[in-house]
Ligand binder design. Structure first.
Ligand code: FEO
Ligand code: CA
Ligand code: CA
Ligand code: CA
Length: 741
């Protein structure tokens, strides 16, 4: 605990100081004084409007502390026109192949996928469903992790949910003896028993697929017989990890009949965005995990504190009110009343104590799960120190030797927050390749913060710690200890006054300058009425979302203040200029930005969409953007209108992108979301995920056949015809060049 950011303790506890107070305290930090004396801090500080007059001269202001890098200057492809075709469409000169799709086997010991729902195995040796966040981990000649493109790698792919699980049984899911019924996502089950094999297949659709991929003739294929091939599912045993000083308290929240010590738990669910650590491991983030539980009719209630916690997370708090009432869960607990692979989804107080039932099972979800893709025998670790919420990607700031690491994280629900985790340990590049041992070093001890965006274009990181008065004395919930703060992160962030955002989706870090970008996918009238707009979320309703970005003070991972602006705002090109704030055109209009990622090869900022607002005119898509930098635009007033009421909101928007800096690169098949992207280091292949094509397949009646909304990817020549499938595609340029520029 000797590293410098302990100096910030006092400052951090002053949660309700105004920004200038925070900043001056920060400036009184000895390290900061040294930085400024050494001339290292002035130029960055000059970027902060409130600091002008602090003595920086123009020469110092002109010097940059930003690392040099190559920023793309133009996008060298023709935009994909707006379309809603049932296919993947790319610019001229580009092609794609399908790497793997839902149901593909990862071992030759199970049959080739039928795409009819006929599989009799439990799916634990097949690629999961709903491909989402993904990253690539290269393998050297000795089987170890390397950043070098060796042409051989493990590709880790998140599988978000089984919203389309009806496609994986011959006639759809079975509920209470009724087959062939299509339910909307978590749309309801009665309490009659579901078949065991159906439920096992559904649990195992979830989690992460890790498969070896190999470069062949410039393209990539996956292997069905690699020793690296592995599934992490909704049943895989995990270690519960956290700060040493609070581990016993932490485990008391995790006690279940499966592990009465709370040291381990089972499974990861709803893995959406992801992270790649600087030491070369994978973070699978648990997003909408709150939707899998039920409390059957007649079961025992839970205590008031548990109810308060569950209420904030959207987990059921009371038994169903009748035998026929529907539960929002997937009905997994209905399989058996004695087999705890299934009873664990019943979170009522069935037993005498928490050690005799699964009332605490929801406490074991909502984390970043660290997996070492190159050590298939290592048990995954839930990193509780990084907080518990609807985790949506965990993106590492640029690592700097000798400084703490930062991970930026969103919580994907409307009016939720953006968070930062700052490691206690300082970065040592010697830790690259040391797997979960490095994870134990960096991800168990640190400080967790929530973001507050101020109306003047600055922002603050608010510490989430039991010693913060606003948390310790919070009237809305009584925190027992720091473990309680980590398990009930959302409530702690409420207590300190973090800024509610328009649904934080993925974050990404610009490798050229370390600036952090976040998608705010969209809002609605209920969460962002005309009276609820603020500078960082300036549009009422905001059906099309926007991307915010920020720059840490002095580019430091442990900065307590930052400067922000809006990179771009989504809209139909047909929208009014008052709403189409970024002036989007038919070649770059988009809505609901979700996946977000920077190419290290080209510096392009890739934007992926998960939209329902303008999908009548353009399918979900992938766009390429040239980033610029925080503060390259200026102040602007956005006017929202609701009925006869108008509201002006000042905000800060980056320099207009235009078609020179923002173009549509890909459109997906019907009913899909485009999410998940990575690349080969030479930038000549990008991997992109197409999630849930055919999501809007109409409900069918008993024993009917499906009429899928989409026939992709079979209609693109991949796999047996039948039902639509999520998939990873590999995009290359026909002339073998670098993608996008
Ligand atoms: Fe799983 Fe936030 O999208
Ligand atoms: Ca998403
Ligand atoms: Ca989304
Ligand atoms: Ca999704």
């Amino acid at each position: 605990m000797s590293n410098h950011h302990d100096d910030d303790v006092i400052t951090n506890l002053s949660q309700h100081d105004d920004f200038n107070t925070v900043l001056s305290k920060s400036l009184s930090n000895p390290l900061r004084r040294d930085l400024i004396k050494g001339g290292l801090g002035l130029s960055a500080l000059a970027a902060f409007p409130m600091l002008q007059g602090c003595g920086s001269d123009s020469a110092a202001a002109a010097a940059s502390t930003t690392p040099a890098g190559t920023t793309p200057t133009r996008l060298a492809f023709a935009a994909v026109p707006k379309n809603i075709n049932d296919m993947v469409t790319l610019p001229p000169g580009y092609t794609f192949s399908v790497l793997h799709a839902t149901g593909d086997r990862i071992s030759a010991s199970v049959p080739v996928y039928s795409n009819t729902g006929a599989e009799a195995d439990d799916w634990s040796l097949r690629v999961g469903d709903h491909h989402d966040g993904m990253d690539i981990f290269f393998i050297d000649n000795a089987g170890r992790y390397t950043e070098t493109d060796t042409g051989r790698a493990v590709l880790a792919v998140n599988h978000e949910s089984s919203a389309d699980a009806h496609f994986f049984h011959p006639k759809g899911q079975t509920s209470g003896g009724v087959t062939g019924q299509k339910f909307s996502q978590f749309g309801g089950w009665d309490q009659k028993a579901r078949p065991e094999l159906e439920v096992l297949k559904e649990i195992n659709h979830h989690g992460v697929s890790l498969v070896e991929v190999n470069k062949v003739n410039g393209g990539w294929v996956y292997s069905t017989n690699s020793t690296f091939n592995r599934r992490v599912t909704g049943q895989t045993v995990m270690n519960i990890t956290g700060p040493a000083a609070h581990l016993n308290d932490l485990r008391s929240f995790m006690v279940t009949a499966f592990d009465t010590t709370g040291a381990t738990s089972r499974g990861t669910l709803n893995n959406c965005g992801h992270g790649k650590t600087p030491w070369g491991t994978y973070l699978a983030c648990e997003e909408n995990w709150a939707a899998y539980w039920t409390m059957p009719f007649g079961s025992n209630a839970v205590d008031a504190k548990t109810i308060a916690s569950r209420t904030r997370y959207g987990v059921p708090t009371a038994p169903l009110t009748s035998n026929t009432a529907q539960t929002g869960s997937q009905g997994w607990s209905s399989v058996s009343t004695t087999d705890n692979r299934f009873t664990r989804f019943n979170i009522s107080a069935v037993g005498a104590t928490a050690a005799a039932d699964f009332r605490n099972e929801p406490n074991t979800f909502g984390y970043n799960v660290e997996i070492d893709p190159l050590r298939p025998n290592d048990r995954p670790a839930k990193r509780v120190a990084m907080g518990r919420f609807a985790h949506e990607a965990a993106v590492a700031g640029l690592p700097k030797a000798g400084q703490p690491l930062a991970f930026y994280m969103g919580c994907d629900s409307r009016r939720e927050y953006i968070y930062k985790f700052v490691t206690t340990a300082t970065w040592s590049p010697a830790d690259v390749g040391t797997g979960l041992a490095a994870g134990n070093k960096y991800l168990n001890e640190g400080r967790l913060y929530a973001a507050k965006f101020n109306p003047d274009g600055t922002g603050q990181w608010l510490l989430l710690d039991i010693n913060v008065p606003a948390i310790r004395n919070f009237a809305g919930y009584t925190f027992a200890n720091q473990a309680d703060v980590l398990v009930n992160t959302r409530i702690a962030a409420d207590a300190v006054g973090a800024t509610p955002m328009d649904r934080p989706e993925w974050g990404a870090v610009n490798p050229m300058n370390g600036e952090i970008y976040f998608c705010l996918t969209n809002g609605n009238a209920a969460n962002r009425s005309i009276n609820q707009v603020d500078a960082a979320n300036p549009r009422a309703t905001n059906a099309n979302g926007h991307i915010i970005r920020f720059k840490e003070l002095d580019d430091r991972s442990d900065a307590l203040v930052f400067q922000w602006d809006l990179f771009v705002l989504g809209a139909s090109d047909r929208a009014s200029s008052a709403f189409n704030v970024s002036g989007l055109t038919p070649n770059n209009s988009f809505s609901s930005p979700d996946g977000l990622w920077f190419s290290k090869a080209t510096g392009i900022c890739w934007i992926q969409t998960d939209d329902g607002a303008i999908t009548g005119e353009v399918a979900n898509q992938l766009l390429a953007a040239i980033p610029g930098r925080v503060g390259d635009g200026g102040a602007r007033t956005i006017t929202s209108t609701s009925g006869t009421t108008t509201k002006d909101q000042q905000t800060f928007i980056g320099q207009a992108l235009g078609e020179a800096r923002l173009l549509r690169f890909l459109t997906g098949p019907k009913g899909c979301e485009i999410t998940g992207i990575t690349e080969s280091p030479d930038g000549k292949a990008i991997f992109v995920n197409v999630q849930h094509p055919g999501e809007d397949t109409p409900a069918i009646g008993t024993n009917a056949n499906f009429t899928p909304q989409s026939l992709w990817p079979a209609n693109a020549g991949y796999g047996p015809a039948g039902r639509p499938r999520s998939a990873t595609i590999v995009i290359t340029k026909q002339d073998g060049g670098v993608i996008g520029s």
